[in-house]
Write a protein that binds this ligand. Structure first.
Ligand SMILES: Cc1cc2nc3c(=O)[nH]c(=O)nc-3n(C[C@H](O)[C@H](O)[C@H](O)COP(=O)(O)O)c2cc1C
Length: 183
């Protein structure tokens, strides 16, 4: 798929069809993410690819109530985590781990999109509970959970009206002048 088409196709949809995500595909997603730039090439991103039914069930329990219904249809959940010491802190105190992890995550989302997978990142979850379920180190910050699945032909019946609208209409974007200047 053309790069522009992949960018346009990526949507945080909520109507998942079950799909088997192979080890090979997981490794391809990781490889795409790992091509991201990072401060001093620190590569602070960490991913837990949660695929087994037991582990998926435990991850669904850490989601905010508003995310549970649709998210529990996902075939895989990718927990994205990092912590400040994995990346640069500038002498004036700027931390780069979240920025660099976000760049890697964007590449992962696009690589998944190119493979006809739906990806939906969420902030609506309990990060401490997620860390415990995954057995991550104390300092780990779980930044987002990404629901992954195939694209269902029908809209998932449990969705609210605004979510149904989001499934069928393009997501709105601020115009260029609203977020950029040319100097
Ligand atoms: C950091 C982050 C947190 C998000 N949290 C949630 C969430 O808790 N629940 C949800 O339904 N969508 C969540 N989303 C999805 C956004 O609502 C979605 O990306 C946005 O509306 C733009 O739509 P699009 O991704 O389809 O272009 C989140 C997205 C990001 C990047």
């Amino acid at each position: 798929m053309e790069f522009e088409a992949v960018i346009k196709q990526r949507r945080s949809l909520r109507s998942f069809a079950p799909v088997e995500v192979s080890d090979a595909v997981i490794r391809e997603l990781g490889a795409a993410a790992s091509r991201a730039p990072s401060c001093s090439n620190k590569q602070p991103w960490r991913f837990a690819f949660v695929r087994s039914p037991d582990a998926l069930e435990r991850m669904v329990e850490v989601l905010a109530p508003g995310n549970v219904l649709w998210a529990k249809q996902a075939s895989m959940i990718v927990a994205v985590w990092s912590f400040a010491d994995l990346d640069c802190r500038t002498p004036d105190g700027r931390d780069y781990y979240q920025f660099d992890t976000g760049m890697a995550t964007a590449l992962l989302l696009l690589a998944a999109t190119e493979r006809d997978l739906i990806t939906h990142p969420v902030a609506g979850f309990d990060p401490h509970a997620a860390r415990n379920v995954l057995g991550l180190p104390e300092q780990a910050q779980v930044i987002t959970l990404i629901m992954v699945g195939g694209r269902a032909k029908e809209i998932f019946p449990g969705l609210k009206d605004w979510q149904i609208k989001a499934e069928s209409e393009p997501s709105s974007r601020i115009q260029f002048e609203g977020f950029a200047t040319i100097v």
